[in-house]
Design a binder for this molecule. Sequence first.
Ligand code: UDP
Length: 329
Amino acid sequence: MKFLVVGGAGYIGSHMVKHLLDANHQVVVADNFSTGHRAALLGGLLEELDIADAAALDALFAAHRFDAVFHFASFIQVGESVSEPAKYYANNFCATLTLLQAMVRAQIKHFIFSSTAAVYGDPVYVPIDEEHPKAAINPYGRSKWMVEQMLEDFDRAYGLKSVCLRYFNAAGADPEGLLGERHEPETHLIPLILQAAAGRRPAITVFGRDYDTPDGTCIRDYIHVADLVQAHALAVDYLLAGGESNAFNLGNGQGFSVQEVIDTACRVTGRAIAVNDAPRRAGDPPRLVADASRASTLLGWQPRFASIEQIVMHAWAWEQRYPWTDKLS
Ligand code: UDP
């Protein structure tokens, strides 16, 4: 099969590229390197382009006949989406529309979309299944939900079949140690804790200890990046076998508190990790846990690296290598 991976130089996209290459597929990566890393590309053919550029997409689709397109290229910082919503609607929504229009022109019928648990907003029940009300509370979540709704319309009108994968908290690193997470600036809990363990940061700051949870810190469902990309591979198989457009939650169905993740990191690294306490971060719900039974039933997806120890262990192996950049912000 021949696949296009948009955003293939980013965190999850680069793991997807590796997975597809390991399965002997032909892979073309489209990336504008606004946040991705060239060193994260382990193979495939690189097309350096911006998906907002319709002419570049037409040329790409004239040159290659893709069986499906994976789309990982989006901005992901919730706080930034509140202060700079235009950036999020322009890239996450408008550029995705441009990509989908080019796919329709080229008659490419299969699309795998990186969506997010942020489409649900503050949970009204937990664990969250796919039918949970969609009430995103920030422009990031709204930009993803707008794409999901657009995809429903594109299926009805143009027969474009899609799978939207709603990630809970993506974490961990390639089990073989070749790839990992490197965001600039880093905002995610596990890499920040491990940077503190490695001495690259003075401490980890806990945002709020007064939540209505057993230890007062927020609970999240951390999902290994290798399990995420496995779900994408199953999703494309499902579409290519004639499956209907659908959305799936991807999580382990088990929540860990911020303090539990810090404790796990202390055990895994054998290091003391300095902790500061700070007030709640705006927009953080107390508890986000996935009901991922639809992915299990319809895609046959079973996470292989469900333990938080294993997720932190792989992230720590990557953190200790610390390739690509020494800049921290
Ligand atoms: N968090 C924290 N300190 C940090 C970064 C994150 O206490 O420096 C908390 C955050 O408030 C949330 C959890 O860790 O409860 C996971 O946050 P992250 O940004 O990794 O992912 P999110 O849940 O926002 O997608």
